[in-house]
Design a binder for this molecule. Structure first.
Ligand SMILES: [Zn+2]
Length: 127
């Protein structure tokens, strides 16, 4: 169980940070949605990953890689995605480690759109 610091790295408690969004509250900005999706990977909330993914681009089923442990998220750039925007971009680095000790990172610039008052992940450029 995750009961203490939110894995997204804000320093806030999980329940007061991304946990609220995992339990149904709408994330107010694209960055908060991005952070909550990272946290969902950490806590294994596949349903949230599916719901927060645009219906046009999401997979039929979100598959989590069980050998990966996510070790940290760093937001490197945010473009729009605020309360008065309909689109936004968030660039990030997410670090992982495998059970056999390999380490790596995902570097991505993700695009988000707001649809019926909720931010959704649309797609992203990796690298
Ligand atoms: Zn969080």
């Amino acid at each position: 169980m995750v009961t203490d610091a939110c894995p997204c790295g804000t320093g806030a408690a999980y329940a007061a940070c991304c946990g609220r969004f995992h339990h149904g509250e709408a994330a107010p900005t694209a960055e908060r949605l991005m952070r909550s999706r990272y946290a969902a990977f950490v806590v294994g909330d596949r349903g949230y990953l599916f719901r927060s993914w645009h219906p046009r681009t999401r997979p039929e089923e979100v598959v989590l890689e069980p050998s990966l442990t996510w070790e940290g998220l760093e937001i490197t750039d945010v473009v729009a995605g605020g309360a008065n925007d309909e689109t936004g971009e968030v660039a990030f680095v997410a670090r992982w480690r495998t059970t056999d000790g390999r380490r790596g990172e995902v570097v991505e610039r993700s695009r988000f759109v707001r649809r019926a008052g909720r931010w959704l992940y649309l797609d992203g450029d990796v690298g």
